[in-house]
Write a protein that binds this ligand. Structure first.
Ligand code: KIV
Length: 310
């Protein structure tokens, strides 16, 4: 337990108090105004709060948490209940950004009714403001939007299709596949998707899709011409223990920072340099005297005398 204070009650950064809440329609408006959309993943209260207070527009509770937080080999194992747990933590932290929850593998691959029921859980039980689903599932997007659930589509390199793709490979590398990708994106937009993540596609294909769509594209490994960009938080700050993909830019080195802090702490504990007297709680003076007297089997007054002499 931490006695540091309730971080949930700590005051918000001023910008959060003045900037309006980001909504799905607001993202569309940003596209129309040519304003780039910033997006990042977050999976817990602390990082979500930092991301939101930094003014990021969209926070995705990505199923990438299966890999970067839970240590799985790919994203397939994470469950609806685990995703709900992390989405709730993020929701508690975020005041301004749009909170989007990733529907995990298996949660929308059965009937539309089952998928709708799972998506409703993200909104009702975890406070998500939209869900993200992978692939050109046009009828499902239509059904979710009809159920009042905003949807972010995800096309191109869709990590939940890792086995079908035979690995994480850049998609839409030919004219035919690029045109198919564009047709899928247009169909998702017509079905009511509010935005589409384009992952692992050539810059030229992403640029053409972005120009063709009335809704924003948010790129990851899709070049600079998308309406917005998203990265995995752990990639951004070097917490992934692996060489970064070509599209990742590291803006900080949390691994080095955390490692050195933890090593210093261990050394201080081993050398009894932590905690100091100033980092300790103390009994009130009278109680200290009583305790000392009890330990010395003498009256509190003589203990007081002794302390004065010291
Ligand atoms: O799960 C995730 O982090 C994602 C991003 C890569 C877009 O889907």
């Amino acid at each position: 337990m931490s006695l540091t204070g309730s971080s949930a009650a700590a005051p918000l950064e001023p910008h959060n108090a003045v900037l309006p809440k980001v909504t799905m329609p607001a993202l569309g408006e940003m596209k129309r105004q040519g304003k780039p959309i910033s997006a990042l993943t977050a999976y817990d209260y602390a990082t979500a709060r930092l991301v939101d207070e930094a003014g990021i527009d969209l926070v995705l509770v990505g199923d990438s948490l299966a890999m970067v937080v839970l240590g799985h080999e790919n994203t397939l194992a994470v469950t609806v209940d685990e995703m709900l747990h992390h989405t709730r933590a993020v929701r508690r932290a975020v005041r301004r950004a749009l909170v989007v929850a990733d529907m995990p593998f298996g949660s929308y691959h059965g009937s539309i009714g089952e998928a709708q029921a799972n998506a409703i859980r993200f909104v009702k039980e975890a406070g998500a403001e939209a869900v993200k689903i992978e692939g050109p599932r046009v009828e499902l997007v239509r059904a979710l939007v009809e159920a009042e659930i905003p949807v972010v589509g995800h096309l191109g390199l869709t990590p939940q299709s890792v086995h079908r793709m035979g690995g994480y490979r850049v998609q839409a590398r030919t004219v035919d596949t690029a045109m198919q990708l564009q047709a899928d994106a247009v169909a998702l937009a017509s079905a009511g998707a509010g935005a589409i993540v384009l992952e692992g596609v050539p810059r030229e294909a992403a640029a053409a899709i972005t120009a063709a769509l009335p809704i924003p594209t948010i790129g990851i490994g899709a070049g600079p011409d998308c309406d917005g960009q998203i990265l995995v938080f752990h990639d951004l700050v070097n917490l992934t223990f692996a060489p970064p993909a070509r599209f990742v830019r590291r803006y900080g080195d949390a691994s080095a920072l955390f490692r050195s802090a933890v090593e210093h702490y261990r050394e201080d504990v081993e050398h009894r340099a932590f905690p100091s007297d100033g980092e300790s709680y103390h009994l009130p003076e009278a109680a200290r005297r009583k305790l000392q007297a009890a330990e010395n089997h003498e009256s509190p007054c003589s203990a007081q005398e002794k302390m004065k002499q010291e």
